[in-house]
Design a binder for this molecule. Sequence first.
Ligand code: GLC
Ligand code: CA
Length: 572
Amino acid sequence: MSHPYPPDHRQPVLGASSLPPLTEDTHWYRRAVFYEVMVQSFKDSNGDGIGDFPGLMSTLDYLSWLGVDCLWVPPFYPSPGKDDGYDVADYMSVNPAYGTLEDFTRFVREAHVRGIRVLVDMVLNHTSDQHPWFQSSREDPAGPFGDFYVWRDTPTGYPDVRVIFTDTEESNWAWDPVRRQFYWHRFFSHQPDLNYENPAVRRAVIDVVRFWCSTGVDGFRLDAIPYLFEEEGTNGESLPATHHFIATLREVIDTEFPGTVMLAEANQPPRDVVAYFGSDDQPECHMCFHFPVMPRIFQALREESSQGLRTILAETPPLPQGGQWAMFLRNHDELTLEMVSDEERDNMYRWYAPDPQMRANVGIGRRLAPLLHGSQREVEIAHALLLSLPGSPFLYYGDEIGMGDDYTLPDRYGVRTPMQWDAGPGGGFSDADPADFVLPMVSSPGWDHRAINVSQSRQREHSLLNWLRKMLAVRREHPAFGIGSMSLLSTDDDAVLAFLRRDESETILCVTNLSSSSRAVRIQLPGMGGWGLKDLATGHSFPTVNEHEYVDITLPRHSFYWLSVSMPKEQA
Ligand code: GLC
Ligand code: CA
């Protein structure tokens, strides 16, 4: 069989993205493939052991070759680095270790030249305690920043609000010895929450957003967005005032920087997440991460059952016009288990984090490939779901080569280790002494950069990387994966998930065998008797749907098909 997308190790395919020119398509995010890249861990250009913007810029041809349409860059602002940059000390400049503002804007321009867009992380809920606003607030309660944070004389307010960082925090209040008052924090105690009741705070953060819009970025990932406002007697999540502020932000963006995309990080049950899209009249975010579906993918693989996925997909409400889910398998945080039942959580820990060191907060601090025991087949079907479920896929850097983790590192740093580019001494990440790297490279046998790296993966025809690149290319040719509707189909085997993706020009049948044994399955295709099936990746024909409107398909263990379903010519 000829390979439709031969891996080419010499000639990067420039501008592989097939999205229309950057300014013309306001719905680009509904068809795009996203890639989360931590600048500090990706590529170091100046030999100090810390990844930087010139380094990231030098990898754009690789990302374009892979088929990435948009990058999500976690916080790169000046920061004491106690939460890997999510503790922002200055909203309007670049962490000098990562480069200058000019390096950043050059990176954005170069990305755009290749048809790649850029989303930046906006941490609007809190700042670092090193931020000048906080310093001023604690030292001068009557001054202009005195009311920028949530101060109280006693640590007793908002008792119904949960603690998120259970590994390190016992309370959402912390004592400040300078102001001699308590301040409110949803995350680490060194991250005081901004006081959104104060209009000056709201104006200040809107100006921050304007500033980054003016650098040419294509959108924002809105960090920790459910927690902006607090209110006594509530759990402090997703309050009406918070939604109102997000809608205001959207209005500003739509008026002043139309086309700029807002993506919500709202780890909430489906019906609450969906509120972050707003309504047709009062839109909020263009995209929201689909937190509830993610753990169900991992559950499905161990239970060898599609039940959990079916349930959550059925519970996922329809989106307003132009809304799109952001689908992901892993990211820079723990695999969060906040949105599953206690029993499901226990199972997930048993399957995926048998060693307590693998746990982080309410979740699992591991990367995709080691979670799935290095099984390329399982990693592939997890990706097949990621790419075919309704939404836009978000890849996490390194997962495309099946990179490992180091769960002995503290907090969530075990999944943020340097990108493994080649088998050389610094793994192609940096020329510095590896002892000086921002984080140690993965060193466990079979997972280190000599065993797993981009360069080798590109050369190996059947590597995960070449497979993923091929599937991204297949996906790109079929916009129904991005913008089509989804309907679940019934099968006679629970281990097989089957659904249709459909837009006005095509119908795609996605069938996934979640189990570790081969399955013969009968799939009902109502109204499609006589229709033909063809494998999207290979072009091979499959049996025609019979007059009783079903088809029998055999799937090897952990395998999937994406089949185009088309009406016979005489009916068309
Ligand atoms: C978000 C980020 C996480 C960070 C937290 C606090 O959940 O993804 O990395 O620690 O916000 O900013
Ligand atoms: Ca550097």
